[in-house]
Design a protein around this ligand. Structure first.
Ligand SMILES: NC(=O)c1ccc[n+]([C@@H]2O[C@H](COP(=O)([O-])OP(=O)(O)OC[C@H]3O[C@@H](n4cnc5c(N)ncnc54)[C@H](O)[C@@H]3O)[C@@H](O)[C@H]2O)c1
Length: 436
């Protein structure tokens, strides 16, 4: 089967490489010539574990190629995926659909053989109808159908998630589109991945509802963590205690500095906008967005407190360990580290930082922060060390070395990766999230 993937970013590249690995013939298309040049030279434009090997293997086997030319890329493809970005629209928070619309237009103008056009980008309810209209309005005489197939992969575990998904959601009521999508995902039936067919609109909403629900779960446990700090509870025990209830489940109950990343912030916002447009408010999600926004700066204030409060903290020096919104990615989109660094600098604190993969993307977002070549370089002369992202590299820090390098043994662990008693026994002033 021939598949075209329009947009070769995180989702397009991972999906394209995985489809090729299933045995399909895949062309990944992107407007960005430097991205395609790099891919053709075997250089990955993003950091994702296992991706370079997967891409190289499938390119070598002749199943995966890259181009900037959409017309030749989609020629003969039975399925054309749209996997371009849908960022927040500047000013109002609606999903910016300009990239999706542009692809629909270009596909319509260049369609040369029957194809199912599949929206994999996260798009508001009704976008499938719009894509269908745009393609039809190009006057194409070639048969096409439009389906929705939202993507649920997580950065950092993207390949595993794509190959062993909890579910595959496909929104279409067109029999031919259903057959084509069944053929696309047939290799996954062997892994018994459940496939859920729904209407196109339900499928579009499932993606937003899933992300919003997960955002609610994280924000809920974050608020429980704050309450634990006030009443002397331990949020990890609370999370374990509620997570053992199958109706609740143990995942996504790790208290931390607030959610960030390329999806939750923009998708929760876009859902609010859709709800507003249809006069059907989603008050729970509204509250979650507000609470999460204010949490990031609150984390900065937590560090200021660890330095003795605003008066004492001014002029001090802090080391941030981890900048990306989560480990095993170089993605900095809406990472809590950005607001934390800003809050610290607003309080007159100088900041040095180290991240194993994210510093190149982080540097322009936090111009006042000194990027260092190792965790210990960042720690030198620090009045406090802050763990912002739980990279494995920070799970076994050398605390004797930290004591020797830092000005003061102060550790703020925003990911709860250490045990308070252990670290205090090493002579550190230690604070974490929702634990005594
Ligand atoms: N990143 C994730 O973890 C994730 C997970 C699930 C869903 N999604 C959704 O998938 C979509 C893509 O996200 P991403 O993170 O891969 O974005 P991205 O920004 O990494 O990649 C988008 C790519 O599309 C390309 N592009 C833009 N316009 C184009 C055009 N007209 N023709 C060809 N290429 C074009 C860009 O150059 C870019 O390389 C978004 O809707 C996102 O919400 C992302």
């Amino acid at each position: 089967m021939k598949i075209a993937m329009v947009g070769s970013g995180y989702v397009g590249l991972v999906s394209g490489a995985c489809f090729a690995d299933f045995g399909h013939d895949v062309v990944c298309i992107d407007k960005d010539p430097s991205k395609i040049e790099r891919l053709n030279a075997g250089v990955m434009p993003i950091y994702e574990p296992g991706l370079a090997e997967l891409v190289a293997g499938n390119v070598k086997a002749g199943r995966l190629s890259f181009t900037t030319d959409l017309a030749s890329g989609i020629a003969g493809a039975q399925a054309i995926f749209i996997a371009v970005g849908t960022p927040s629209r500047r000013g109002d928070g609606h999903a910016d659909l300009s990239f999706v619309r542009a692809v629909a237009q270009e596909v319509g103008e260049n369609l040369s053989s029957p194809a199912v056009i599949v929206t994999k980008s996260t798009v508001p309810v009704g976008t499938g109808d719009e894509v269908e209209r745009i393609v039809a309005d190009t006057g194409t005489q070639v048969r096409f159908a439009v389906a929705s197939n939202p993507e649920f992969l997580r950065e950092g575990a993207a390949i595993e998630d794509f190959k062993r998904p909890d579910r595959i959601v496909i929104g279409t009521q067109d029999e031919w589109a259903r057959e084509v999508m069944n053929a696309v995902y047939r290799p996954l039936f062997l892994n018994r991945a459940p496939i859920l067919f729904t209407s196109r609109r339900s499928s579009e909403l499932i993606k937003y509802a899933a992300n919003a629900f997960l955002a609610v779960k994280i924000t809920f446990i974050n608020e429980m963590a704050d309450l634990c700090e006030k009443v002397g509870g331990n949020v990890q025990d609370v999370a374990r205690g509620i997570g053992m209830d199958n109706r609740i489940g143990s995942k996504f109950l790790h208290a931390g500095p607030g959610y960030g990343g390329s999806c939750f912030p923009k998708d929760t916002l876009a859902l609010l906008k859709t709800a507003e447009d249809y006069d059907s408010p989603t008050r729970i999600v509204e509250a979650v967005v507000k609470v999460n926004d204010s949490r990031k700066r609150a984390m900065g204030r937590k560090v200021v407190d660890a330095l003795g409060g605003p008066g004492q903290a001014r002029g001090k020096h802090v080391a941030l360990l981890g900048l990306t919104f989560k480990p095993n990615t170089d993605d900095m989109r809406d990472a809590p580290s950005i607001a934390i660094a800003q809050t610290l600098s607003d309080a007159g604190i100088t900041v040095a930082a180290y991240d194993p993969e994210g510093m190149e993307a982080a540097a322009p977002l936090m111009p006042g922060v000194a990027m260092k070549t190792s965790a210990y370089d960042a720690i030198a002369q620090a009045d406090a060390v802050v763990i912002v992202t739980e990279w494995d590299a920070f799970r076994a820090l050398d605390f004797d070395r930290i004591k020797a390098l830092a000005k003061a043994p102060v550790l703020v662990d925003l990911r709860n990766i250490y045990q308070p008693d252990d670290i205090r026994a090493k002579g550190f002033t230690y604070s974490s999230i929702g634990r005594p």
